[in-house]
Design a protein around this ligand. Structure first.
Ligand SMILES: Cc1cc2nc3c(=O)[nH]c(=O)nc-3n(C[C@H](O)[C@H](O)[C@H](O)COP(=O)(O)O)c2cc1C
Length: 189
């Protein structure tokens, strides 16, 4: 299967990262994890330490010798889940000043899938302009906006309605595989 980079920042919503990593692994993919320092704090604060159990590799945020810092690596894509407004701004500005931001920059320059899941409310114009900028550069911005028509009954099921979109845009779903039923199943016949 494929190898994916999962970047995790200090935005709320660490459960989105855990479920993304869990489903990538379930579908047979390898997950290389990069967590910012605030990200580690929020993962712990929100009780999502199991995130690390799903990772094949965990890279240090300051390790620019890591393979994902290079365009010659064979990663199939990257998701930043959840993405803080700080990291969004750094990606939009191309700062490449930590391994997460550098890896995102590499995905953009190599034209590999880069999925960004911003988490903030409300948005300022700066946030919106940064989302526009990364979208123009080739990233897909997927807001943490779950759907309710599948009538999710647990937080995990609700979160998975968003994670399903992340995996779809990473091309990480097999032909017959999905996490939530498609819209067709809910249409009144
Ligand atoms: C519990 C907690 C929740 C936070 N939630 C958000 C959030 O949803 N969105 C956001 O942009 N920042 C949020 N922050 C602030 C970021 O952690 C902070 O801006 C940090 O510098 C982001 O750094 P990073 O992008 O390197 O992870 C939160 C901080 C804490 C402690």
């Amino acid at each position: 299967m494929a190898r994916y980079i999962l970047g995790v920042t200090g935005a709320s919503g660490a459960i989105y990262a855990t479920r993304t990593a869990m489903h990538l692994k379930r579908f047979g993919h390898d997950v290389s994890l990069i967590v910012t320092k605030p990200g580690r704090d929020v993962v712990e604060f929100e009780g999502q330490g199991q995130l690390f159990d799903y990772a094949e590799k965990v890279f240090n945020i300051d390790d620019f010798f890591a393979e994902c810092a290079s365009g010659s690596s064979d990663y199939a894509g990257m998701a930043v889940v959840p993405c803080s407004m700080g990291t969004l701004g750094r990606i939009a500005a191309g700062t490449s000043d930590n391994l997460l931001v550098r890896s995102a920059d590499v995905c953009l320059k190599e034209r590999r899938p880069l999925v960004i899941l911003p988490r903030e409310m409300p948005y300022s114009l700066i946030h919106i302009e940064n989302m526009e900028r990364v979208t123009r550069a080739g990233a897909v911005v997927i807001p943490a906006s779950p759907q309710f028509y599948s009538k999710p009954s647990t937080i995990e099921e609700l979160v998975d309605t968003v994670v399903a979109k992340v995996l779809k845009h990473l091309n990480a779903l097999g032909n017959e595989k999905n996490i939530v039923p498609s819209w067709n199943n809910f249409l009144v016949k």
